[in-house]
Design a protein around this ligand. Structure first.
Ligand SMILES: [Zn+2]
Length: 266
């Protein structure tokens, strides 16, 4: 084997090893680092570059905290990698190499994750993620409903304000109506009073006319009686038809004159 071939073999072996350049002074956490141009596939051999901290079980402070919360989803560099790494928020990820160290070519279609391949912790993480998504969805719906409620409230207030305005206008019109009605009642009362006065005057006139009519009747009948007496006296005295005719004419003329005079009086 040539020197170049040996060198290539050495490089391949070192890349294939689980713990490339393992540094025992550094934190044992495996870091997630995406391999370029693979569509999000991750290296499985990147060690945390922070120093181990005493009392943190061979981890740095940050990874010790995550580990104690069960959220060290990429595992330890000193242990085999998880079959499927499940990111607490983003969900399942894929390594850039398979179990045998061959490069993985990511399929374009969505990979279906088989639940049997996941550990209890990974399932819990997935459950948490689903719950968070549901909570987020519910919170969004709640927010949307709150906004709708606020909008409805605004519309209600606007309608109420319009109603108040209409009510105010109505009260104003009603006030005017009361004034008109009151004027009308006053006018009606005045009219009734005037009518009563008119009736009284009419009554007085009727009485006056009646009284005068009676007087006229009396005068008339007395006059006629006197005239008859005169005619009778003349007739008896002269016994002549000419005389009688003459007196009759005089009588008629006087009667006409009397009625004319009376008409003038009235
Ligand atoms: Zn670390």
């Amino acid at each position: 084997m040539s020197a170049i071939a040996l060198c290539k073999k050495y490089m391949k072996d070192s890349l294939d090893k689980q713990h490339v350049d393992y540094d025992e002074n550094l934190c044992d956490a495996r870091l997630w680092k995406e391999k370029p141009k693979t569509g999000g596939l991750g290296y499985d051999n990147i060690q945390c570059s922070s120093k181990k901290v005493d009392g943190c079980e061979c981890l740095c402070k940050k990874h010790f905290k995550l580990h104690s919360e069960g959220k060290l989803w990429t595992g330890l560099i000193t242990e085999p990698r998880p079959n499927i790494p499940v990111h607490p928020n983003a969900g399942p990820k894929m390594w850039s190499t398979d179990k045998d160290g061959n490069d993985v070519v990511k399929e374009k279609k969505n990979k279906v994750v088989c639940p049997e391949d996941l550990t209890i912790d990974q399932l819990n993480v997935l459950m948490d993620k689903k719950k968070k998504e549901q909570i987020f969805k519910l919170e969004s719906e709640l927010e949307s409903m709150k906004k709708k409620l606020e909008k409805a409230n605004d519309e209600l207030e606007e309608a109420q304000s319009e109603l108040d305005e209409v009510q105010s206008d109505f009260e104003e019109v009603q006030g005017d109506l009361y004034t008109v009605q009151s004027d009308l009642e006053t006018k009606t009362y005045e009219f009734q009073e005037a009518e009563e006065e008119l009736y009284k005057v009419h009554h007085h006139i009727s009485e006056y006319v009646q009284e005068n009519y009676d007087g006229i009747e009396v005068v008339n009948s007395e006059y006629l009686k006197i005239m008859e007496d005169i005619v009778k006296e003349y007739t008896e005295t002269y016994g002549s038809e000419i005389q009688e005719e003459y007196m009759k004419r005089v009588n008629e003329r006087n009667k006409a004159a009397f009625w004319e005079g009376l008409r003038n009086l009235c």
